[in-house]
Design a binder for this molecule. Structure first.
Ligand SMILES: Nc1nc2c(ncn2[C@@H]2O[C@H](COP(=O)(O)OP(=O)(O)O)[C@@H](O)[C@H]2O)c(=O)[nH]1
Ligand SMILES: [Mg+2]
Length: 366
């Protein structure tokens, strides 16, 4: 890629950065990621210039409870992808276990060889205010890695709450990693986690209970009765309710064809030895192929573009309106009428929006 096309107004610093980024220098990638992650000056300009260059990378989420082996498997995947000559980005958004933290101490050698490989870029995400902001930041950092030309982006997240699910939804393929320890609680696992899964990994298959967990998952997915759950609408993940309802699953199966349907499979892995990792890679490639053939990739990417517009618009409304001194003064002047009940917060809010057209359009900048 040549240098990013920046507007005339871009600073000389951004120009130098863009030239180095275009030349494939990893230091420029790291700087661009930091600017975007922390929403520093130039962030929007850089992302806008990168927009044309995104869409090549396969974005893969590794989601699951803390300690399931997400980082370990991510390291294995990165090593295997490198062997295949692909470049890899790793984004760790797991606040309970930083990618470079103690959890991987037992695995220092492989981790170091991955971390020091010039074809691998690793970043642990700091929280951007809230977890909600983190999903947007994760998506933007993925865009930067994608624009740089990185082939596979692995995003590690803990699938415990809504915000983490939002992060998981920023990827093309979601892998949910579970362990035999989570086996007994399978019914209590958040349905949300089940719904986003394109692939399940039963990790720690060296431990007792792995086969049972795999059976339980396959039963739940309707795989063991031979019924396949449909994804005919092209939405993300398995139809969990249909999976719990064999008759519905059978109907979905009857009207499905291979290109329009994805059935999440359940793979076994042993993170400590790398067993099952080649099969996981194969399944990831198959899922990407399915996304391309079925049109789901296009629709997911369209949905992401829509979300991006909404995110950016909200950011700009906030920034333009609430940092404007005249707007703050105007609201203050309305307080007496609000206090006396002459007007309501709803009427004031409408009046505020009606008078802020130019400000919202960015025509007035201060
Ligand atoms: N016995 C066993 N331990 C594993 C396996 N995979 C990972 N571990 C260990 O489980 C712990 C947590 O792994 P980690 O990758 O940090 O989990 P994360 O929190 O999901 O990222 C580490 O000590 C790993 O070495 C496995 O297949 N079998
Ligand atoms: Mg981890």
């Amino acid at each position: 890629m040549s240098a990013l096309a920046l507007p005339e107004s871009a600073s000389s610093g951004l120009r130098a950065l863009s030239a180095d980024f275009g030349a494939g220098k990893k230091a420029a990638l790291a700087r661009a990621v930091s600017i975007v992650e922390n929403q520093r000056a130039g962030s929007d300009v850089l992302l806008a210039a990168m927009h044309r260059h995104i869409g090549r990378a396969h974005r893969i989420g590794m989601t699951g409870p803390p300690g399931a082996g997400k980082s370990t498997l991510t390291t294995w995947l990165a090593a295997e992808l490198r062997k295949a000559g692909l470049t890899v980005g790793i984004i760790a958004v797991d606040p309970t276990s930083p990618f470079t933290g103690g959890a991987l101490l037992g695995d220092r050698v492989r981790m170091d060889s991955v971390a020091l490989d010039p074809g691998v870029f690793i970043r642990s995400m700091a929280t951007r205010g809230s977890l909600g902001g983190l999903a947007a930041a994760t998506r933007e950092v993925c865009d930067v890695l994608d624009a740089f030309g990185i082939d596979r982006i692995l995003v590690e997240t803990v699938g415990v709450g809504q915000s983490e699910l939002d992060i998981a939804r920023t990827v093309d393929t979601s892998v949910v990693v579970l362990t035999p320890e989570s086996g007994d609680s399978i019914q209590t696992l958040k349905a949300g986690l089940m719904e986003i899964a394109d692939l399940f990994v039963v990790n720690k298959a060296d431990r007792p209970g792995a086969d049972r967990l795999r059976n339980d998952l396959e039963l739940m997915l309707g795989l063991r009765s031979g019924a396949v759950t449909g994804d005919a609408t092209g939405h993300h993940g398995v139809d969990f309710k249909a999976a719990m309802n064999p008759a519905k699953a059978a109907r979905a199966f009857a009207k499905s064809d291979d290109d329009a349907t994805w059935t999440p499979s359940v793979l076994r892995c042993v993170g400590t030895t790398g067993e099952g990792v080649p099969e996981l890679l194969g399944a990831l490639d198959r899922h990407f192929g399915y996304l391309e053939r079925s049109g789901a990739l296009v629709s997911r990417r369209r949905a992401r573009l829509r979300e991006r517009v909404v995110d950016v618009a909200e950011q700009r409304v906030r920034r333009r309106l609430w940092t404007d001194a005249a707007t703050a003064a105007w609201i203050n002047e309305r307080i007496p009428e609000l206090e006396s009940g002459v007007t309501t917060p709803y009427a004031v809010a409408d009046a505020l929006l009606a008078r802020s057209g130019e400000l919202l359009a960015g025509a007035k900048t201060r």
